[in-house]
Design a protein. Structure first.
Length: 277
């Protein structure tokens, strides 16, 4: 039992370190080796003076730990850097594959869907931290940073069931408790009318599967020309003058119809719109 617990702790620590950028993991591996190697080579007094037993034992123990740590810590950070690089490469592959074949979103696992969502926001200019599948954090799967603004993201990879108001309300509660700037609920499917009404007017954006697929095409420049919002042809936002992107109304009398929406809506909540000519 104790062996399993130790293995679980080591796996958790490596997983936590793997969320660091790969280059930072390599830098930590190098720094830890140099620092501990110098400490391991530091001479220990051979003669024991009266009253220095404690200092003598501490010096020997420190040097013993440094001798082991000069190899253990670089190995730990090196493995973490490799895992981080692998995750980044996988995220880019998933993003490119989803842009080429948007319907593939429905077939991927929920773990891959969370990685894809993180990459989706990274391409919008956010700094992204993978939260490792939610858990005791209130169901937050991804944390976004945009300057001083922090956003929470919950992913729902539901193929058939629509996301109701309860998960949306729960994330809003976590947002209020943490004092963040806003939040997103992203699903591979759709939302109920009650969920849409709840999110309307608050700093919580609902991203449906249809919107996600459309934005993937737009951000990568793939897909048919009618589905893209090229900056050279898209109008400017009437409120902030930023380029606009094609959106689709999710509810109301215009449900299903496309319109121009501000590209800064996600980060800055700009609600500028224009009718599609």
């Amino acid at each position: 039992m104790q062996l399993r617990e130790k293995q679980g702790l080591l796996k958790a620590l490596i997983g936590l370190a793997a969320r660091l950028p790969w280059w930072l993991g390599l830098a930590l591996a190098l720094v830890s080796y140099v620092a501990l190697h110098m400490l391991a080579q530091k001479p220990v007094p051979a003669a024991l003076q009266p009253g220095q037993m404690g200092s003598f034992l501490l010096s020997n123990l420190t040097q013993l730990l440094a001798r082991v740590g000069q190899y253990a810590l670089p190995f730990f950070f090196g493995v973490s850097a490799l895992l981080s690089a692998f995750r980044r490469a996988k995220a880019e592959r998933l993003y490119a594959a989803a842009a080429r074949r948007p319907d593939a979103i429905g077939q991927m696992s929920w773990q891959d869907f969370e990685i894809l969502v993180g990459e989706y926001f990274r391409h919008q200019g956010f700094s992204v931290t993978d939260n490792g599948g939610g858990g005791a954090d209130g169901g937050v799967d991804v944390v976004l940073q945009d300057g001083d603004d922090r956003f929470l993201v919950q992913c729902k990879h539901w193929r058939t069931q629509r996301v109701g108001v309860q998960p949306v309300r729960e994330l809003y509660g976590v947002m209020a408790a943490q004092g963040v700037s806003g939040g997103f609920v992203v699903t591979s499917g759709d939302f109920t009318e009650e969920a849409v009404r709840f999110a309307d007017g608050i700093a919580l954006t609902l991203v449906s599967g249809h919107m996600l697929r459309h934005d993937l095409r737009a951000h990568t420049g793939s897909g048919p020309a009618s589905a893209r919002s090229d900056r050279s042809t898209a109008p400017d936002c009437p409120l902030c003058s930023a380029p606009m992107v094609l959106r689709q109304a999710r509810s109301g009398a215009s449900a299903g119809k496309q319109f121009w929406g501000c590209s800064r809506y996600a980060q800055h909540r700009c609600r500028g719109t224009r009718a599609l000519d």
